[in-house]
Ligand binder design. Structure first.
Ligand code: UDP
Length: 418
């Protein structure tokens, strides 16, 4: 058996005051033809990173609208996750030498998981997330003499703007046997992709989660104090997995320039690892070393990420939230900050550009100068910061809540059964 992740029950009706009765009715209508369908979400980890965050919210709602939905995580060892992180890095454009033992490891664990999955019975829909489980369908077909075990969807959360050809060439035949593929942006659709029907769907955040519900000021104040952050002085906040793509060093460089003009400014960096990310601890250590002697920097670490109440408090209280990424499939952390009405400055890359229109609900920045200018402006001009923050919240309400994501999934599942 592949391990099943248990999620608390959630009722769609709890979302009525946030999204309106009409939206709830629409979701229930859309789900009717799918009632009782067995759905499996398969990914690499139950904790840490965006995919786990999304599934925590999505799976209970899929259940509530009548789909018999399970979430299972792959079995793998450190060796396997080192290979899959290398695939992840290669798909995001990092040069990776693809050695034969890497291919063997990936196929060995894909085969093991395919065998384990066979004992779970049949599903009507299987959604496999990212490259880690992407070989399982191909192997099942080899093992079962090409019988089609339900409708399979590859959900790729990665920024596929510039995949390394050697990694993509290797993975492509495995991915291409899927019936459909979902990408966060149309620009990520692989040019030479044959087979799966492709859909463009960005994810969404859960407005009712502990991370995204409004905290009262006293609670926020206490959390800041608990972590040694002075609530009376401004601070910049960034949260991400500790991962080279999230450019923590770059944020420290920008803070180092800003503190000359704003000597009171603090920097809070929060993050952690994920079950499938073997690089996080070394990235954290190198960030901590890099921050030495560079001012009032607070670095928070959690094995599976810093906890939700803490992140919520820091996002609510920050003068500016920054998301400096080299690549970013979507960047839930951006939507989470926008939802709290916080002014955001973020890199002009990947899925972030779906969430920020420069000057309307935040700022996009590329060069160091652009970063320093944008943050300086927001630190000086509270009115603009407030206006951008309110626009950010409206955008998330309209486009990036989990209910919109559920609606897109329901539509895709219906379209695939037609
Ligand atoms: N996260 C968290 N604690 C941390 C770091 C990240 O809870 O210490 C959460 C974050 O709030 C967001 C998710 O992990 O919900 C990260 O998703 P995102 O799409 O931003 O990036 P990914 O990790 O998928 O690359």
């Amino acid at each position: 058996m592949i391990e099943c992740v248990l999620t608390p029950r959630r009722s769609l009706s709890e979302y009525t005051s946030t999204v309106g009765e009409e939206c709830i009715q629409e979701l229930r209508e859309l789900a009717k033809p799918l009632c009782g369908a067995r759905v499996l979400h398969l990914n690499a980890t139950a904790a840490g990173g965006g995919v786990a965050e999304i599934l925590k919210a999505l799976v209970p709602l899929m259940c509530d609208v009548g789909l018999d939905t399970e979430w299972r995580t792959l079995q793998g060892t450190k060796e396997f996750f080192q290979v899959t992180k290398a695939f992840h890095n290669g798909l995001q454009g990092m040069p990776i030498q693809l050695k034969s033992n890497m291919k063997e490891t990936w196929l060995k664990y894909s085969s093991l998981n395919a065998d384990l999955l066979s004992s779970n019975g049949n599903y009507d829909f299987v959604v496999v997330h990212d490259p880690q489980p992407a070989g399982i369908l191909w192997l099942l077909r080899q093992k079962n003499g090409h019988r089609n075990p339900g409708i399979w969807i590859w959900r790729c959360h990665i920024d596929l703007t510039t995949p390394r050809p050697n990694i993509w060439r290797f993975l492509k035949p495995y991915v291409e046997v899927h019936d459909a593929a979902i990408f966060t942006k149309r620009q990520y659709f692989p040019k030479d992709f044959q087979g799966p029907r492709c859909f463009e769907v960005p994810p969404g955040i859960d407005p009712l989660s502990i991370k995204n519900s409004l905290l009262d000021d006293g609670e926020v104040h206490n959390i800041l104090l608990r972590y040694g952050v002075d609530p009376e002085r401004p601070f910049i906040f960034k949260v991400s997995r500790f991962d080279p793509w999230k450019d923590f060093h770059g944020v420290i460089d920008i803070y180092d320039l800003l503190r000359k003009e704003f000597p009171q400014l603090q920097l809070v960096l929060a993050g952690g690892g994920a079950g499938d990310d073997p690089e996080a601890w070394s990235c954290y250590q190198s960030t901590a070393a890099y921050a030495q002697g560079k001012g009032d920097i607070h670095i928070l670490w959690g094995d599976n990420g810093v906890g939700s109440p803490e992140l919520n408090a820091f996002q609510q209280a920050a003068s500016v939230v920054v998301q400096k990424s080299i690549r970013e499939g979507f960047g839930l952390v951006v939507a989470e900050a926008l939802w709290k009405g916080c002014p955001v400055v973020a890199s002009d890359v990947g899925g972030i550009v779906l969430q920020i229109s420069h000057g309307e609900n935040g700022y996009l920045a590329g060069s160091v100068n652009e970063w320093v200018e944008a943050i300086t402006y927001l630190l000086r001009d509270n009115e603009t910061a407030g206006r951008l923050g309110s626009a950010g919240k409206r955008l998330v309400q309209e486009k990036f809540l989990i209910t919109r994501y559920l609606r897109d999934y329901l539509k895709i599942l219906c379209a695939l059964t037609d």
